[in-house]
Design a protein around this ligand. Structure first.
Ligand SMILES: Cc1cc2nc3c(=O)[nH]c(=O)nc-3n(C[C@H](O)[C@H](O)[C@H](O)COP(=O)(O)OP(=O)(O)OC[C@H]3O[C@@H](n4cnc5c(N)ncnc54)[C@H](O)[C@@H]3O)c2cc1C
Length: 418
């Protein structure tokens, strides 16, 4: 049973399995595979807590950050993947420990409205939209989800809204996504807190360094999420007990343990493992810019989710409305579009959809800024993790949580365990 202090430190992240190998605490050399946000955070938390331990980060590519990357061009700035964090004290602690407080700002509270575009019209996402489906229907779904291993579609029988939500978070429709994984607090996956959840939340609120986030806001960094990656890399480079090895494609934990003559328990695996190409979905990401004058018919807000399978895009994010730091040249607005590869849309199809989903005017900038692979989490996924025992430590979004708050909190929890 976790204590009230642990719940205050990590909140609902404690519902997710933590896969720390027995023996990691005795390792004198720790090998971390994958230098995405997860590997970087695990390295930072372990290396600063245990200066007596040598840490090596092994990364397949020639750059750190993995999925996280910020695209910039001629005054435009757009994150290719994650662009902001939802509130969690673990993330705030990381920002504070890295000295990034001056660059970390809450999102614009006037840009919180979300819309759903379906059936040829855009509607504001609101509790009313959910209640209109029949409160008993919704309650029945929630109750049934507590039996475990259900899809989000079963747990949230709200036509369109469930698909819009899962497409926005994991690029897949709700019948393919595990409810325990996406919403462990709703399905009551794992352990319950020893006190009421409302009390845990109040206690958590008192522990935020820097500033306490307001309800409904997120927070982001000047310079995009690349700022966080750069700060982590530079903090790690300044530590004597940390070494980076880039362009190291490690096949399995067992092969690495044998090559380095280290026990398996000294390995922290922060990369995909045992996933085939079909265990991912793919996403194309576009940046689109307009002048403020041309885009005045687009209301200021957070963004629009588009659950319709025939639409070339699944979502629009109003990047320059949301962030406190600049994302577009003076007098312009930036939008980010997501196009799931399974919808088969070409760049021209995406460009052609701007009149439907944004405005009549031609954009002043339109560019495909990246492609991403997103791990799949099918119904029953989280329960299968709980049954997993491992001789090495597993972390990252390939394991038990999709968001960066998960990745950052998990790194702290791993360091707490050693
Ligand atoms: C479009 C998009 C939008 C997102 N938006 C949000 C958001 O708004 N909020 C949020 O919280 N999260 C969001 N996320 C999720 C967030 O980006 C991830 O949680 C996070 O980046 C995962 O980091 P990671 O280190 O776990 O994995 P990765 O970034 O995938 O890092 C894994 C690393 O391992 C390396 N690697 C792989 N195989 C090997 C090998 N065999 N040997 C050595 N190295 C290897 C890779 O090169 C990579 O550097 C979004 C993701 C995407 C794609």
């Amino acid at each position: 049973m976790y204590s009230v202090d642990e719940w205050t430190r990590y909140g609902d992240e404690l519902r997710r399995p933590l896969m720390v190998a027995d023996g990691l605490q005795n390792a004198k050399n720790i090998l971390i595979v994958g230098a995405g946000l997860s590997g970087l955070c695990v390295a930072y938390r372990l290396a600063t807590k245990r200066p007596d331990v040598q840490i090596e980060l092994l990364e397949k590519r020639d750059r750190c950050g993995g999925t996280v990357e910020t695209w910039t061009k001629d005054g435009w700035l757009c994150d290719v993947a994650v662009n902001a964090t939802r509130p969690h004290p673990s993330f705030w602690r990381l920002i504070s420990d890295l000295g990034l407080e001056a660059k970390f700002k809450p999102s614009n509270s006037g840009a919180s409205t979300r819309w759903i575009h379906a059936g040829g019209r855009r509607r504001k996402l609101s509790p009313w939209m959910v209640l209109k489906q029949g409160p008993f229907n919704v309650l029945r779904g929630i109750r049934s989800s507590r039996k475990g291993k259900k899809s989000v579609a079963k747990a949230m029988p709200i036509t369109g809204v469930a698909d819009a939500m899962t497409l926005g978070i994991v690029n897949d429709v709700s019948m393919n996504v595990d409810a325990d994984f996406l919403m462990p607090s709703m399905t009551r996956f794992g352990e319950d807190p020893p006190i009421k959840w409302s009390k845990v939340k109040r206690k958590m609120e008192q522990t935020y360094p820097l500033f306490t986030p307001r309800k409904g806001t997120t927070a982001s960094l000047e310079g995009g999420m690349q700022t966080l990656v750069d700060a982590l890399v530079s903090a790690l480079a300044s530590l004597e007990n940390v070494r980076f090895t880039l362009k190291a494609d490690i096949s399995t934990p067992e092969a690495l343990a044998e090559e380095r003559s280290q026990p398996l328990s000294s390995i922290v695996w922060c990369a995909p493992l045992g996933r085939t190409a079909t265990d991912f979905t793919r996403l194309n990401v576009y940046a689109v810019g307009y002048t403020v004058a041309d885009s005045r018919t687009i209301p200021v807000g957070y963004g629009t989710l588009i659950p319709e399978p025939d639409a070339p895009i699944s979502g629009v994010l109003h990047e320059s409305d949301v962030h406190a730091s600049p994302r577009a040249p003076e007098g312009h607005r930036l939008f980010r579009l997501m196009s799931p590869a399974q919808r088969g849309a070409s760049d021209e199809d995406v460009k052609g959809s701007l009149r439907t989903y944004l405005c009549e005017a031609d954009p002043v900038m339109f560019e495909k800024i990246g492609e991403r692979r997103i791990p799949s989490y099918p119904p029953g996924y989280m329960a299968s993790l709980s049954a997993l025992t491992s001789e090495f430590t597993r972390a990252s979004w390939y394991q038990s949580g999709v968001s960066i708050t998960h990745v950052v909190a998990e790194a702290e929890r791993i360091a707490d365990a050693v």
